[in-house]
Design a protein around this ligand. Structure first.
Ligand SMILES: [Zn+2]
Length: 311
C-alpha cells in the first residue's frame, strides 16, 4: 500500500534485480489457530535458477516466467548481505500460524519474509502459461503481471485524469472513499492517507461519486498525483521499517487520518476530527472542512428531537 510500498520498492529494486535465485524455501515456525496459507507453497522450488528481471514491493518476476507475489506487515521483509546472520522477526501473537520464507540469491544475499496474519500473502505463479490468478493481476497494459490496483497510481502514464474519470463514472453510486481506496478502490493507497487527500480536497468520504463536481474530481486527482510524486522523489518519507530492519522516521509525512486523530483538532479549522463507518472500517474526516452533500447539495443533519427516554 502506498506510500510505504514506494519506500520499500526503492530498496528492493536495486537489491534484487539482475540477480539469480539460488533457492527458495518456506517453513512454518509457529502453529497457531488460524491460517489460510496452508502447509506448502506450490511451485516455490521453480523459482530457483530464475534471474530477477523485475522486483517491486509486492512481487518478483524471473526471466523463466515465474512470478512470486507477496504481502507482509510493516517490518516483515528483510534483506541480508552475504555472511549476515538471518534473524527474521517472529510472530508475537498466538492466533495465526507463523511462517518464514527465504530466497537465497547467487551473490550470497538472502531476502526473507515473516508471514503471520490474514493480510499476508505468498504465492508463486507461472505467468508464461497464463495461469496467473486474474484476481491479483493488474489491469495496466504496461504491468499486467503486477498484483496492483486497477490504476497504478505511482505511474503517471497509467494514472491519468481521463482514466480516473472513467473509473468514477462507471461507479456513480459508490461513495468516493470506496472508489479510491479500500479493497475495491482504484488504487492501493492506505485508507488513512486517502482520507487525508479527501480532507485537503475538502470532500466528505461518503460523498456519492455522482454528486462530485468536475473541480472536485480534479482536486482529488491533483492532490493524489502531487502526494504520490512527493513520496517517489523523496520530498516526503513515510514512517516504516526498511528491508534492513531499520526504523525509518517520517519526514514531511501526511497526517494519517486514523483512529489516533479521532477528536483531535483539524489542522485547518480546529474542529474535532470525526469518524464514519464505511467499507467495513471507519473513515476519518473533518465535519467542517468536509461537508457531506446529497444530490449535489450540502447535507444538513435533521435537528435532534427532544424526547423522553424509552424505558
Ligand atoms: Zn477542518
Amino acid at each position: 500500500m502506498c506510500p510505504r510500498s514506494i519506500m520499500l520498492e526503492k530498496d528492493l529494486k536495486p537489491a534484487l534485480e539482475g540477480k539469480t535465485i539460488a533457492c527458495a524455501d518456506w517453513q512454518r515456525y509457529y502453529t497457531g489457530k488460524y491460517s489460510w496459507h496452508g502447509d506448502e507453497v506450490p511451485e516455490l522450488e521453480e523459482l530457483a535458477g530464475g534471474k530477477i528481471i523485475f522486483a517491486g514491493a509486492s512481487c518478483i518476476l524471473t526471466d523463466n516466467g515465474m512470478l512470486l507475489i507477496f504481502a507482509y506487515m510493516d517490518g516483515c521483509v528483510r534483506y541480508y548481505e552475504k555472511g549476515e546472520t538471518i534473524d527474521l522477526p517472529v510472530l508475537k501473537k498466538s492466533v495465526t500460524h507463523g511462517y518464514h520464507a527465504t530466497i537465497k540469491l547467487d551473490d550470497g544475499a538472502t531476502l526473507g519474509f515473516n508471514l503471520y496474519s490474514w493480510a499476508t500473502f505468498y504465492k508463486v505463479f507461472k505467468i508464461d502459461t497464463a495461469e496467473i490468478d486474474t484476481r491479483f493481476a493488474c489491469k495496466s497494459k504496461r504491468y499486467p503481471f503486477i498484483p496492483k490496483s486497477p490504476i497504478e497510481v505511482t505511474d503517471p502514464e497509467d494514472f491519468t485524469l481521463e482514466r480516473f474519470r472513467e473509473w468514477l463514472s462507471d461507479r456513480p453510486n459508490v461513495n468516493i472513499i470506496e472508489n479510491c481506496a479500500t479493497a475495491k478502490g482504484a488504487f492501493r493507497i492506505d485508507n488513512p492517507v486517502m482520507n487525508y487527500i479527501l480532507r485537503i480536497s475538502k470532500i466528505h468520504p461518503l460523498t456519492k461519486t455522482r454528486t462530485l463536481t468536475e473541480a472536485e474530481v480534479f482536486a482529488i486527482y491533483d492532490n493524489t498525483t502531487k502526494l504520490v510524486g512527493e513520496y517517489r522523489t523523496g520530498v516526503r518519507i513515510s514512517e516504516h521499517i526498511d528491508i534492513y530492519g531499520r526504523q525509518v522516521v517520517a519526514h514531511n509525512d501526511v497526517l494519517w487520518m486514523n483512529t489516533s486523530v479521532l477528536s483531535a483538532p483539524c489542522p485547518v479549522c480546529g474542529a474535532p476530527i470525526a469518524a464514519v463507518p464505511a467499507a467495513g472500517t471507519k473513515m476519518y474526516y473533518c465535519p467542517v472542512c468536509q461537508v457531506r452533500k446529497t444530490q449535489g447539495r450540502p447535507h444538513v443533519a435533521a435537528p435532534k428531537l427532544m424526547s423522553a427516554p424509552i424505558l
